[in-house]
Design a binder for this molecule. Sequence first.
Ligand SMILES: [Zn+2]
Length: 187
Amino acid sequence: MSITIKRYYNSTKDFFQFYKILKQLACPHCGLIGALILNGKLKGYDENEDKGKVVRGRRVYCNKRKKHSKGCGRTFSLLAVNVLKNFRISAKSFWCFLKNIVKLTSKIDAYRKEEFPLGSSSVYRLWNRFLKSQSHIRNLLTKRCQAPQNSTTLNPAIQTIEHIEKAFSSSSCPIEDFQYSFQTSFV
Ligand SMILES: [Zn+2]
């Protein structure tokens, strides 16, 4: 049985469990087993600038530097589940924004309702990415459950948010659970 490569971890313990079996896993690029090694932390800014750089994930390297290792030399990243790839805003903050959109329907009102640590333009950029990711998100959600039948809106983005809520109904942050369950980026 092949073990699929993780792309998201939800705790330090989860990360170390992955680390322990790294040598048994096939590289997602070349398929070689036994060549993967950790290659440092992924540091960057999150939404709280004053904290300075934080660890957002780890980099995994398919080793070709050792004499007997025939790895392909490529890397991939393993991200903390609260990280939205290429964005500074956290999954939790963006989920607040999405829930506000359902209630208020306007992105400007949804932004103003919270004290987001980032400027509106970065939140709207992520909202636009979310709009473009509709089919990716819905396709995965459908594997878990059908979209709610009792939706009262014709707005497809709001329907998607309702679908996410239904799929992860007991979750405090459905975006984190989405990334963890499907081991892929939300947007
Ligand atoms: Zn490789």
